[in-house]
Design a protein around this ligand. Structure first.
Ligand code: ZN
Length: 271
């Protein structure tokens, strides 16, 4: 039987399909459909942690098919208030390399056609997303990452594209010129939906590649799916170490404003 309140959760990205041993799994149904898969429950110290593989067990859900609303809703139904959403990302900067961890603090949403809000009417709610990542949870994650096994960048903008294809060279140049640090396919609407439910959300982007490549440098060739999976998989044990350290350090009480972000409004269930 699951404990009354599971406060913490991790939504694992490509290749991160489990977090800890000795898990029990729970199936959660939501008004928004089924989440990506069964939710694994594990214990860190005296706290229980929920883990959900974003792309499903076996990675059968491409980024545009991830049931983002069901995932966040299911975690909240378990009592979760803080969510870490690590992800794979391509680098758009010469000083950010595969194997680096970027604890992002901004996002540009270039996705389209996704079910990206809980407030689909008749209740209307425009939540603030000026700062899409919870400052308190982000700083906890940053402290855990700093001095950890991976090189860390404090802050950065992730541009989120629809995928599943990778970017063209022209798109990659554009994103770089617009100030993005890394490129990914899943941070949105995940971060926005967490905010709509009053959940804290923070993420570390594990760099797996150089996106569309660096012109005139054959050592920085355009990304392939195999490269993303191989680099991510090679670094998963190190990423897991950072996440577990961060989860153990999350304060018991929230002092951020995430809980108040929805303004007391709750979404209407879908018809
Ligand atoms: Zn928060």
């Amino acid at each position: 039987m699951v404990a009354d309140a599971i406060d913490l959760a991790v939504i694992g990205g490509s290749g991160l399909t489990s977090l800890l041993d000795e898990v029990e799994t729970v199936l959660v149904t939501t008004p928004w459909g089924a989440p990506s898969g069964p939710i694994q429950i594990a214990r860190i110290g005296d706290r229980e942690v929920a883990f959900l593989p974003r792309h499903g067990v076996g990675h059968h859900l491409p980024p545009h098919r991830v049931p983002y609303r069901a995932n966040l809703w299911a975690l909240r139904a378990l009592g979760v208030t803080r969510v870490l959403g690590p992800c794979a990302a391509g680098s758009l900067r010469a000083d950010v390399h595969p194997g680096d961890l970027v604890v992002v603090d901004q996002a540009i949403d270039r996705t389209w056609g996704r079910a990206d809000t809980f407030f689909d009417g008749p209740t209307v709610n425009h939540v603030s997303l000026a700062d899409p990542y919870c400052p308190e949870l982000r700083s906890t994650l940053l402290r855990a990452a700093t001095g950890g096994p991976l090189p860390v960048h404090d802050g950065g903008t992730v541009v989120v594209i629809g995928g599943p294809r990778f970017a063209t060279r022209a798109e990659s140049h554009l994103h770089r010129d617009q100030g993005a640090t890394v490129i990914n396919m899943t941070q949105m609407p995940e971060a926005a939906l967490a905010r709509e439910l009053g959940l804290c959300y923070a993420s570390a982007a594990l760099v797996t590649d150089y996106d569309a490549g660096v012109d005139d440098d054959a050592t920085m060739a355009p990304v392939t799916q195999a490269q993303v999976f191989a680099t991510f998989e090679a670094n998963v044990p190190l990423l897991r170490e950072v996440l577990v350290t961060a989860l153990a350090a999350v304060p018991q009480e929230r002092t951020c404003g995430c809980a108040e972000a929805p303004g007391g409004l709750t979404p209407d269930f879908p018809a």
